[in-house]
Design a protein around this ligand. Structure first.
Ligand code: GLN
Length: 601
């Protein structure tokens, strides 16, 4: 096993995650099998308890692991399936060491950061790197390890020490360190400044790690004299210094690395030059070009709670992008704060209310994503009602499906007080209820997490067709509440159709409104398995319906063959609508995406 370690210096939010994933992409394109590990030096054992508002979305894996959103980037870029252990946190490492100490495994020794924590980190990396993640047998050839945070952070020290020891443990020719740094341009003189990078490389060396390759974030390509200066002061050959300048979309990063022969520098360091082939990135390049040239817009209103931070819904945005590119449309996400659609806002802030409704009404499709807590629920219900009554394409994910069912029961069945017991435990008509898979009384671990199977009960429905007429589909879940099975027949008699269910038939997984052009709710999160070039079925359906091509999508499984229109020059774009103001944002669809702290390029 060969290891590529990616560290970051100078400031956070340099796009280290995307850089590390892109390194994986070019290595994979060279014919190597690649896995990855993300190290998050925080104390939380996993991301499950972290607010998406603060830290970006919680990404969910097949095994139910709730992990950092960077793992989503790895899965999407490398088309792999990771495990919860591929995300290492300080909390997990300490917990494993303390558990061992309690069992008496340390035989009376004093348990210390060095060597016990540092050994545990190295053992963890070695063990997890061996897990196959690409569906093939046997371990991968290369493991890309991304160390979160910035060199010099107190909390990453044990990891730096462990990784220094690890490079020694695996030996020369098996370890390559890529340091991602910033080369700022001072406005006054317009000069690319190397000093911050020099300092951060010095810091890295001081901690026992020697970088082999420097990846410099900068607005423009590095000038030759700047490269020469960095080479001289950082003791890194100029051919091992690459520029990651600003790009129209993040799919350019692997191409940027390839153009600067970063793969050759890495392969040389890992003694793999003889084994690897020239990077085959034709498909990747074609898709990136298509994405750059999209012109005809498709507007999707995203009615959510966290509208200020696009990272909170990162995978949903990516899934929308994958589907839009497949349909040759330029994605425009109109971000609508659910609360702004509510009656209370009409009284308190009529302008805000009007602007929110104008945005919703101007959209070609409506998406209500997952969520927890009752803030904005009424607004989401109103959005679903608008989409249902006006035959606007609608996709409800998890909570989005639950509110669509509540809305239907209220408006069509006339059950004014029906609700989810999550929001009103006393409701006389609970149409969404708590259905734990395990014990009802046991506290904690009651979330239904990870991959579960959905069986299509109605073979002729839109979602079954979108999933290629499969008889079942495995998707990822993260929820506690579900449609009340005792109310299903009543809802179905009124026109809703629960077309996908679990193996018991008691858990409703997919709901459709057959009388509507495209009205689908899913209890699972299809966004987590969407990939560039392999868009999620129900997202493709939403975008296809929103641009009037659902028939083609249903027939061919994709629309790109039929749609040559929509190509010209332009970038996808995200617009945030909050408190009545339109804030154009580069969101996470453009430029280099960062570490989930809300900082973007
Ligand atoms: N709050 C809802 C539940 O727990 C929905 C969760 C979600 O959307 N991820 O079932």
């Amino acid at each position: 096993m060969k290891y590529v370690l990616v560290t970051g210096g100078v400031v956070s939010g340099l796009g280290k995650g995307v850089t590390a994933s892109s390194i994986g992409v070019i290595l994979k394109a060279c014919g190597l099998r690649v896995t990855s590990i993300k190290i998050d030096p925080y104390l939380n054992t996993d991301a499950g308890t972290m607010s998406p508002f603060e830290h970006g979305e919680v990404f969910v894996l097949d095994d139910g692991g709730e992990v950092d959103l960077d793992l989503g980037n790895y899965e999407r870029f490398l088309d792999i399936k990771l495990t919860r252990d591929n995300n290492i946190t300080t909390g997990k490492i300490y917990q494993s060491v303390i558990d061992k100490e309690r069992r008496g495994d340390y035989l009376g020794k004093t348990v210390q950061v060095v060597p016990h924590i540092t050994d545990a980190i190295q053992d963890w990396i070695e063990r997890v790197a061996m897990i196959p993640v690409d569906g093939k047998e046997g371990p991968a050839d290369v493991c890309v390890i991304e160390l979160g945070g910035t060199i010099g952070d107190i909390e990453s020290m044990p990891f730096i020490e462990a990784l220094g020891q690890f490079s020694y443990r695996v030996g020369p020719g098996n370890f390559c360190l890529i340091h991602v740094s910033l080369v700022p341009v001072l406005n006054v003189v317009g000069e690319q400044k190397t000093k911050p990078t020099q300092h951060s490389v010095r810091g890295l060396r001081g901690l026992g790690l020697t970088p082999n390759i420097l990846a410099c974030r900068s607005t423009k390509v590095l000038e030759e004299n700047v490269k020469a200066k960095l080479a001289q002061f950082c003791h890194i050959p100029a051919e091992n210094i690459v520029t990651l300048h600003d790009v129209p979309n993040i799919w350019h990063i692997p191409l940027l690395l390839r153009d600067q022969k970063a793969h050759e520098a890495i392969l040389k360091e890992l003694n793999l030059l003889g084994v690897a082939r020239k990077p085959a990135l034709e498909l990747w390049t074609a898709r990136t070009k298509v994405c750059d040239m999209l012109h005809d817009p498709v507007r999707i209103a995203m009615v959510g709670k966290y509208t200020g931070l696009s990272d909170s819904y990162l995978s949903v945005l990516k899934a929308l992008l994958h589907a839009s590119v497949a349909c040759h449309r330029k994605l425009i996400v109109e971000w609508v704060a659910a609360g702004d659609l509510e009656d209370a806002t009409a009284i308190e802030a009529p302008d805000v209310y009007k602007a929110a409704w104008d945005l919703l009404k101007g959209a070609d499709g409506v998406l209500v994503p997952g969520g927890f807590g009752d803030r904005g629920v009424q607004g989401k219900i109103l959005a679903a009602k608008y989409a249902r009554e006006n035959k606007v394409p609608f996709l409800g994910i998890c909570l989005g499906m639950q509110i669509a069912v509540i809305e239907f029961a209220r408006s069509v069945l006339g059950m004014c007080d029906t609700n989810s017991t999550e929001f009103d435990p006393e409701t006389s008509h609970p149409c969404v209820v708590f259905m734990p898979e395990g014990s009802k009384t046991h506290m904690g671990a009651t979330m239904r997490l990870g991959s579960r199977r959905t069986y299509f009960k109605v073979p002729d429905c839109k979602s079954a067709k979108l999933y290629g007429n499969a008889s079942f589909v495995d998707e990822r879940h993260r929820h506690r509440y579900e449609v009340n099975p005792d109310m299903v027949s009543q809802l179905e008699n009124a026109g809703l159709s629960f077309v996908g269910r679990d193996e018991t038939g008691r858990r409703m997984e997919i709901v459709e409104l057959p009388s509507h052009p495209y009205f689908i709710g899913v209890q699972f999160h299809p966004e987590f398995k969407s990939r560039p070039g392999k868009p999620s079925a129900v997202f493709l359906g939403l975008i296809g319906a929103a641009c009037g091509h659902l028939e083609a999508v249903l027939k061919y499984g994709h629309a790109s063959k039929l749609l040559t229109k929509g190509l010209s020059n332009g970038k996808p774009m995200v617009k945030i609508h909050q408190n009545g103001n339109l804030k154009p944002s580069n969101g996470s669809l453009n430029g280099v995406y960062s570490n989930g702290n809300g900082v973007h390029y």
